[in-house]
Design a protein around this ligand. Structure first.
Ligand code: ZN
Length: 134
């Protein structure tokens, strides 16, 4: 696998409405999309910084993994996503290199992208997402 760039950084927030003003008013970024990802029980808000995005994640259900993360850590940086050409191939490459996977096959993420997660045990404790068009 050879990621081309950091696709996005995921940040868990209790409320998009409370979090968005920091990114817009302090950092001067523009929220260009708000999207609910039912599969992951989150509502997301996106900002662009160069070719990298900031993805704010608000839980839409108490059993969302983001809700549990906020309960445990109070929110904050949740994951880092690398852009790859083909998510399934990248997951296979990671597994072949001895990396523990959360997803053996890609699933649907925000913005119509395919995503797959690597287990933090294998990634220096940073939840790592692989993200691509296929
Ligand atoms: Zn993500």
């Amino acid at each position: 696998m050879k990621p081309t760039h950091i696709e996005h950084i995921g940040i868990a927030v209790a409320s998009l409405n409370d979090a968005i003003p920091f990114y817009e008013k302090v950092l001067g970024l523009e929220c260009y999309a708000i999207e609910e990802v039912a599969d992951q029980k989150v509502k997301t808000a996106f900002f662009k910084v160069g070719q990298t995005k900031i993805e704010l994640l608000e839980p839409t259900s108490p059993d969302s993994t983001i809700a549990k993360f906020i309960e445990k850590n109070g929110g904050g940086m949740h994951h880092m996503a690398f852009a790859v050409e083909d998510v399934q191939t990248a997951l296979n490459d990671a597994a072949a290199a001895g990396c523990q996977l959360i997803d053996k096959a890609p699933r649907g993420g925000a913005e119509g992208l395919r995503i797959g997660f690597l287990h933090p045990k294998s990634t220096c404790r940073v939840l790592t997402e692989l993200c691509g068009k296929k």
